[in-house]
Design a protein around this ligand. Sequence first.
Ligand code: PLP
Length: 385
Amino acid sequence: MGRSLSAVPDYCTRVARNINIEKLQYNYLFPEISTREVEHMKKYPNAKVIRLGIGDTTEPLPDNVALSMANYARALSTPEGYKGYGFEQGNKELRKAIAETLYKDLAIKDTEVFISDGSQSEISRLQLLLGSNTTIAVQDPSFPAYIDSSVIMGQTGEFDHGSGRYGKIEYMRSSRDQLEQLVQFAQKNGSIIIFDSAYAAFVSDGSPRSIYEIPGARKVAIEVSSFSKMAGFTGVRLGWTVVPDELLYSNGFPVLHDFNRIICTCFNGASNVVQAGGLACLSPEGLKAVLSVVDYYKENAKILAESFTSLGLSVYGGVNAPYVWVHFPGSKSWDIFSEILGKTHIITVPGSGFGPGGEEFIRVTAFGHRDNILEASKRMRSLLS
Ligand SMILES: *Cc1c(COP(=O)(O)O)cnc(C)c1O
């Protein structure tokens, strides 16, 4: 809030602003997009704006998932059903269900699975785990939380784009080859990979859903994941992190022990009501229902991608992820954003907001009601005609 204060306040505390937060480079991407939307609405008050920007899920939860949370919450009002603090690491049954359902055949133990309140906050806890002296490389383009949380921790140096970058946009598809290269890179350099598998449920071309599908990954990788995109839990809040036993620091100490300590100190476990919902998502019936919602979004992605390819544009993503990236060679992302907004009243995300590698791209989300997606597709098709 308030980059510069216009009026001199009549009282200030003597606490200096955290210098690391002061160093955060630009406005967080999405607030800037909101500002542009507000300006657009002032100019075109009657326009029906379609938001393909931030990428929040839109479809209702499966009934059995919602019901499991409702029943759990209801039972809390009874002497038998009341529960206080749970395990900081999460409900044992849920940890087991994640290990057995989502990591089937990958030999992940339930004790290696930690339940979180979503991956965004977990990313900050991982920063605490690794401390401010660890060099961090991020992929480009990248989810903004990875960069901003690093800066807040006091990572002031240049990000090591040289080693962090694996083929720019292509890396987002995370093909088996690319992930094998990444694991080999980590093995050679003694690095730890933080693998974000938030879109695993969307992977449909045989690419790995987990880093642990790659041989050797257990010794070099932590996996952060979430129910947000898989099960529409963006508002409900639930995720998990896998820290394998074999992942060791340079002195041979297991990372898992320190991560456990961070979880116990900085987090007291995810909401028990929400964990009941997570468990319901992993029942055979629940999984079928959540994956059918994923299929719905994947169909949206296909519709959007086709509208851009029909204009002769190249699109990436949408097959293994709920976002479609569209390439506009020679144009600046924010210019394309403005042009599309001006001509079609559609909000997109400028790719450059995710890093220099996203320049010349815009990103559109496949999360949306079908009628909105069809309308957006229709408007996009008229963009260049
Ligand atoms: C949505 C998203 C997240 C955030 O997930 P939450 O669990 O809702 O905090 C993390 N990583 C990526 C790549 C995402 O798209």
